[in-house]
Design a protein around this ligand. Structure first.
Ligand code: SF4
Length: 458
């Protein structure tokens, strides 16, 4: 195994850590006091299709939009997070890494490459939070993040590209490094084909007629509009389609991916299975889906290799797909397999130090009689009851405190939770090989390590 293969298949990346920052936490006044909530201009709920986003506007009514994070709070948070994450990697290498190599059978030549990568200070920022382009200083934040040294991704819906030409012009003057858009909200294959055939003006006209309560429908049009706009304008940054594979599209997912990658050959494809764990909802999958999911997992493992050989535009994530494949290679009841494929117990960011190296900041479950400053709590966007630090906010934390949170507090906070998060399979948060392995359920490890050996030779 050469260093390049570790990069080619996503055991390690050019960045040695990442930070998902919810920019749109706001305050809400209730009869029982002030609380923190999300602000988004989309309404992605199960009323429309397959998932319930915590930021959906129908779940966050009567918020005070003026209370969103200030530019100063964001800049300080970005600076502190950057220094804290570099320090966390140093501490991880010093105190945890050799035990990790021992427990997970990492050979010396691989360990050397991992140390080299973790010793760099290249980090990625994912601007997030419902729709981050809603933040009034969104464009300024990209510039600040670049100045600090972050490689910047923005995960947006692309809505503003549809109606605000000035915004698009300013965005293209100083774009992020990657623009991630969700591309899974098409009703069926026919609708996707129709959308791909429409021109920009037609897409806009149809989009305007959609009921605003149906956020996913809006996003379906916004994603194709953004990708088409990018095709016609070379100044657009590299794009990525996040595609949730769910019971409604698993039968046509191959055709969907083909259509999207033929129409938009330079757009990266990032599919991952639907999950329901972090919101404690019923399983996302049923027994009849098991063979279909395994077939798709095999397809994605195969695509990891054609990524290199045939330039297939999938994100490098072989370890992620091997972790999913290990569910099928482990003796488990079908209901346990389905639960794991829905995010339950397969991987936990807090299982042990190093699993949750991907930092997140979002709102906290906090209530106060007086107004207070919201957001930037180290924690998790999807589940606020497990690893969220209700007392601290990144802008007033030291790098040492952030490092301590990532490597120590994150593993201890769940013990104080009445209902800790049952796990997830978010590819971005599971991140590199090290954090995937450290967070993986012990039942899956034998099969996973066998698979790793098959593909990585160690
Ligand atoms: S396992 Fe961790 S990162 Fe994943 S949803 Fe739960 S709290 Fe969030």
């Amino acid at each position: 195994m050469q260093n390049s293969a570790l990069f080619d298949y996503g055991f390690i990346y050019q960045v040695c850590g990442g930070f998902q920052f919810d920019l749109n936490s706001v305050l809400k006044k209730t009869n029982q006091g002030y609380i923190e909530r999300h602000h988004c201009d989309h309404n992605c709920t199960t009323d429309c299709v397959n998932y319930q986003c915590p930021a959906a506007f129908s779940s966050n009514r009567d918020i005070d939009q003026q209370t969103t994070l200030s530019l100063d709070e964001i800049e300080k948070s970005l600076q502190n997070a950057y220094e804290g994450m570099v320090l966390a990697n140093k501490q991880f290498l010093k105190n945890i890494f050799s035990q990790y190599c021992h427990d997970y059978y990492i050979p010396k030549h691989v360990a050397k490459d991992l140390i080299e990568t973790l010793s760099t200070s290249k980090l990625e920022l994912n601007m997030f939070g419902g729709n981050p382009e809603l933040h009034p200083q969104f464009l300024e934040i990209i510039k600040i993040a670049h100045r600090i040294g972050w490689k910047v991704t923005t995960t947006t819906t692309g809505k503003k590209f549809m109606y605000d030409e000035q915004f698009t012009k300013a965005f293209l003057k100083h774009p992020p490094d990657l623009l991630a858009i969700s591309a899974d909200d098409y009703e069926d294959l026919n609708e996707l084909k129709q959308l791909l055939d429409l021109n920009l003006e037609e897409l806009k006209q149809y989009w305007q007629k959609i009921n605003p309560l149906y956020g996913q429908r809006k996003k379906a049009f916004e994603s194709i509009y953004s990708a088409k706009l990018a095709l016609s304008n070379k100044k657009f940054p590299k794009m990525l389609f996040n595609i949730v594979v769910h019971p409604g599209n698993i039968d046509v997912i191959y055709e969907m991916i083909k259509l999207l990658s033929v129409k938009f050959p330079s757009v990266l494809i990032n599919p991952y299975p639907a999950q329901s764990s972090f919101s404690f909802s019923s399983l996302a999958w049923k027994i009849e889906h098991l063979p279909k999911i395994e077939k798709f997992v095999d397809f994605m493992i195969d695509k990891q290799f054609s990524r290199i050989k045939n330039n297939f535009p999938a994100v490098a994530r072989l370890l992620y797909w091997l972790a999913l494949k290990s569910i099928f290679e482990t003796k488990l009841r079908d209901t346990d397999k389905l639960a794991m494929l829905s995010g339950y117990d397969i991987w936990k960011c807090y299982k042990q130090a190093g699993a949750g190296r991907y930092l997140q900041a979002s709102l906290a479950d906090k209530r106060s009689k007086k107004p207070f400053r919201v957001g930037a709590h180290p924690g998790c966007f999807w589940n606020h009851e497990t690893v969220t630090d209700n007392k601290h906010q990144l802008w007033n934390m030291t790098p040492e405190e952030i490092s301590l949170y990532l490597l120590d507090h994150k593993t201890k906070l769940p013990a104080k939770s009445e209902n800790p998060c049952p796990g997830c399979i978010m590819p971005r948060l599971m991140f590199d090989g090290i954090s995937i392995e450290l967070g993986l359920d012990h039942r899956l490890l034998p099969a996973y390590l066998k698979l790793r050996n098959k593909y990585f030779n160690f």
